[in-house]
Design a protein around this ligand. Structure first.
Ligand code: ATP
Ligand code: MG
Length: 241
């Protein structure tokens, strides 16, 4: 039977990175698979890495990757500083956020947590009868050393959802724990071509949150083509997001 090579290292066992050569994840895939599951990384994104993010130079992705590398290599996360990726659908924001979580694990042994924001709220709501499990989920989101909130602000929030997000973000802010955010909408209103952008996180989540997030998150705009609709995605793991 023909054996399928690992898509990252092509069966060699090592991958080339900027700072040298590194053992490929497939070499300890059982352990890492387990850890990535613990980090709640969705199956669709399990093979996404910073190393297989293909930068589109015209869209300024080179600078995006430089800023990401600079963040990972610095100690800013220890001061509670995070990142806020903003841009249209399909340009690789979630891919980058997952890649960062994995690098934090590989380079620093930090096990973070990934949540699609709407799923986190849904999960909490489904178990929010004062039960231990809801409290555990919430505490984990507050206490994990690095939290990804994917797709923040994708819809208008109920007062309850807003309160929960307040709780998570303000507690993390106070305890200097970083958040990596991806979003389709800008954090704060700003003028674009003479027009004021009004559909913002500030408007959806309130000034208190937006002002804290703008203090602790470096804003990284991600532009480019929608890779989903352009058919450029070479290989996708079939299954739930
Ligand atoms: N520059 C890139 N190199 C390699 N793959 C990419 C790149 N950009 C996007 N992709 C792939 O395209 C798909 C969509 O990307 P992703 O889910 O990260 O988009 P997104 O910006 O988070 O979109 P949304 O705002 O809809 O959540 C993923 O499979 C991702 O791996
Ligand atoms: Mg996304």
């Amino acid at each position: 039977m023909e054996e399928k090579n690992c898509p990252l290292c092509d069966g060699i066992g090592w991958v080339i990175r900027k700072n040298g050569v590194e053992k490929c994840t497939c070499q300890y895939s059982d352990i890492t698979e387990n850890i990535f599951q613990r980090m709640n990384i969705p199956r669709r994104y399990r093979d996404k890495e910073l190393s297989n993010f293909e930068p589109d130079e015209k869209a300024g992705h080179g600078l995006v990757l430089l800023r990401v590398e600079d963040y990972i290599n610095s100690d800013r996360f220890m001061e509670g500083k995070g990142l806020f990726f903003v841009g249209p659908p399909g340009v690789g924001k979630t891919h980058l956020a997952v890649g960062i979580l994995k690098e934090f694990f590989r380079r620093r042994g930090i096990v973070g947590l990934f949540y699609d924001t709407r799923s986190l709220l849904f999960k909490l709501k489904a178990s929010f009868d004062g039960s231990a499990s809801a409290r555990e989920i919430l505490e984990e989101a507050v206490e994990t050393p690095i939290l990804v909130l994917d797709d923040l602000g994708s819809e208008r929030l109920s007062d309850w959802a807003r309160d929960i997000l307040h709780y998570i973000i303000i507690n993390r802010y106070n305890e200097l724990r970083p958040i990596i955010i991806t979003s389709n909408i800008e954090l704060k209103s700003r003028k674009l071509d003479g027009e004021v952008l009004e559909n913002t996180l500030e408007e959806r989540m309130g000034q208190a949150i937006a002002s804290r997030l703008s203090e602790i998150c470096e804003i990284i705009p991600v532009r480019g083509k929608d890779k989903r609709s352009s058919g450029l995605i070479a290989r996708e793991v079939k299954g739930e997001k």
